[in-house]
Design a binder for this molecule. Structure first.
Ligand SMILES: O=C(O)CCC(=O)C(=O)O
Length: 337
């Protein structure tokens, strides 16, 4: 059962054996199959984009026993890693994004988490580990699990762009980044097993990009009773849950100290640069943390907003739409069986 695997990998004393955790950084694993890059994008495949290495150099894997789960082994340059780590800590941790610390009333009206944690404020030691998540685009509602038009802000362009490039390279056209959660993990953090089913569009892939310390990612089946597989996620790795895997239980039972720190690697050519003082601070934060950028498409292709269906339809398009909604519902019913 998922719960038993989760408990096992979460255990502190004695710690779990990690030999059977699938590690794609050692591609000799028999449990994985290498995939080709599917589609070129509007970007040239041999150039860096937003800190991503040239697409034609990516190593993409699938796990044949988990259809639809795709894994890209760290497609980021080292300055790409520094860029995304710094953006998450410095920029995505401030308004208008929603943060878990909003309800704690620890920041004054004009204060930001980054400023308080980096400017010698005595609240810093308490505040640094308190940051657990930030949301933007359609804000994830942790209580109702429902997105609404009223609870939404803009998606940063760079998040839209990299997820489009990643989706396209895997053969998913028309991916739109519409909701994002940034998860900030400490060394003792976990994320309980769950299924992401809040999105109206469950056919679109979910794109998850991680930086910093490593994690054990546990993925089970569509039922909580199903057994689970454990995989290592290292800094820069991208996990895409698509197709059948999109509605599988998954969670993070353990953060593991990274053996390698790819953000420190030397690299000459790059398209993103970070202020060295900001990086110095972000680097100290990431030495005890993991960041996960989790991006979803919310709307179905024909939907413009959550409340209205677009646009004025012809008789023919409305028949097609009724037919495809019926198929979609049928698929969902089958998925939840
Ligand atoms: O941190 C991760 O790798 C997984 C995050 C996740 O499953 C989620 O935010 O729904």
């Amino acid at each position: 059962m998922f719960k038993d695997y989760f408990k096992y990998y979460k255990r502190r004393n004695p710690p779990p054996e990690l030999e059977s955790v699938i590690d794609l950084s050692n591609s000799a694993s028999e449990q994985v199959r290498k995939l080709p890059v599917q589609c070129a994008t509007q970007y040239e495949t041999d150039k860096t984009i937003f800190g991503l290495k040239p697409i034609n150099s990516w190593e993409i894997f699938e796990l044949p026993h988990i259809p639809g789960l795709i894994f890209i082994r760290n497609p980021f340059t080292s300055s790409g890693q520094r860029y995304w780590i710094t953006r998450c800590f410095k920029d995505y941790s401030r308004k208008p994004n929603k943060l878990n610390i909003d309800v704690h009333d620890v920041l004054g009206e004009k204060e930001t988490w980054w400023d308080v944690c980096t400017k010698g404020d005595r609240r810093a030691a308490l505040l640094i580990p308190k940051l657990r998540w930030a949301t933007f685009g359609y804000h994830h509602n942790w209580d109702t699990k429902h997105y609404t038009e009223e609870n939404k802000i803009e998606m940063p362009i760079e998040v839209e762009e990299i997820t489009k490039v990643i989706a396209k390279a895997l053969g998913f056209d028309n991916f739109n980044a519409e909701a994002a959660i940034i998860n900030f993990y400490r060394m003792n953090s976990t994320l309980a097993g769950h299924v992401d089913h809040s999105e109206d569009n469950l056919d679109a892939p979910l794109i998850s990009v991680s930086f910093g310390q490593s994690a054990i990612f546990l993925i089970g089946g569509s039922k909580y009773e199903d057994p689970a597989h454990a995989l290592f996620i290292h800094s820069g790795d991208v996990v895409v849950m698509s197709g059948e895997s999109r509605l599988r239980y998954h969670g993070i039972p353990r953060i593991v100290r990274a053996c390698k720190t790819p953000w420190d690697d030397e690299e000459l050519r790059d398209d993103v640069l970070v202020d060295s003082k900001d990086w110095c601070t972000a680097k100290s934060f990431i030495s005890d943390a993991r960041i996960n950028i989790n991006v979803r498409r919310v709307l179905r292709p024909e939907q413009m907003t959550l409340t209205t269906c677009q646009p004025r339809r012809t008789w023919f398009s409305s028949r097609i739409s009724i037919f495809s909604s019926a198929i979609f519902t049928l698929n969902l019913v089958n998925k939840f069986k």
